[in-house]
Design a protein around this ligand. Structure first.
Ligand code: SF4
Length: 259
């Protein structure tokens, strides 16, 4: 699903904010600007229990939302109790999620991850994460093979736990690289800690969710992988990649951005 990077513009050669206060100030400036464009606070798109959010997140990697949503509904309809999914024949699970990328990998992974949760907890339930701080909750989840930083952050942020964690998806990551918030060699996994550290330590769950959502939306709607629309970008003046491409600053009419 990942397009070839041959025609995509290179990210900024090195982080350089050009704003007093460095990258933290730049991250805040980008956040505020994009919140103005996309409208914060952004409504949460899920209200799932954390185990269901875990399944949803594992389905979503490198997959369009519509496809992963269809796969989630198919699993939920077949297995109203997630425990039944763990012991189901893997080919049946794979067939139910055939529309996502790599169903042959995701089906056994989802079963293994849920099995690990059940074995560690004694019950297939993650509500106890609410009693941990974010670092401890992320560490608990990431100790399970198959759960990385993006999935752990998604479970904490997107589920009804509503904990202050910052997920970073491929769109968010691309915008962060091009604007120089992270260097060109910082992969998605390590980017989670770097980008979280640039934001105020006391931000609540909604603020961190907004940050993820506006950078993701900007990647989807303006900072496209192959052909970023720098000429109409609301953060061109903060972006060395766009400036290096010679884009002219856009008139600041954020509501004119296409959906
Ligand atoms: S100017 Fe905007 S669209 Fe262009 S690379 Fe930078 S963030 Fe992306």
């Amino acid at each position: 699903m990942t397009p070839s990077s041959a025609t995509a513009p290179s990210p900024a050669p090195a982080p350089s904010s050009g704003i007093p206060g460095g990258l933290a100030a730049k991250a805040l400036a980008i956040h505020r600007r994009l919140c103005g464009v996309y409208g914060c606070p952004i409504p949460y798109f899920h209200d799932l229990d954390p185990v269901s959010e875990l399944v949803s997140s594992l389905l979503s990697h490198r997959t369009r939302n519509a496809e992963s949503g269809r796969a989630f509904k198919a699993l939920r309809a077949r297995f109203p109790d997630w425990s039944a999914l763990i012991d189901a024949p893997t080919p049946e699970v794979e067939a139910l999620i055939a529309g996502v990328t790599w169903p042959e990998l995701k089906a056994p992974r989802i079963q293994a991850v849920l099995r690990a949760v059940r074995e560690r907890r004694g019950v297939l339930d993650l509500d106890m994460l609410a009693g941990l701080d974010v670092s401890a909750a992320r560490a608990w989840l990431e100790a399970i093979p198959g759960i990385g930083p993006k999935t752990s952050a998604a479970v904490l942020s997107f589920s009804r736990l509503r904990m202050p964690a910052l997920p970073v998806d491929s769109h968010h990551h691309r915008v962060a690289q091009r604007t120089g918030l992270i260097g060109p060699k910082v992969d998605v996994g390590p980017a989670h800690a770097v980008l979280r550290a640039q934001l105020p330590a006391d931000w609540d769950a909604q603020s961190l969710y907004d940050n993820h959502e506006v950078l993701m939306l900007h990647g989807q709607r303006c900072c496209h992988h192959r052909a970023p629309a720098c000429g109409r970008c609301a953060i061109l003046d903060l972006c060395p990649t766009g400036q290096a491409r010679g884009a002219a600053p856009a008139r600041r009419e954020p509501e004119a951005l296409p959906a």
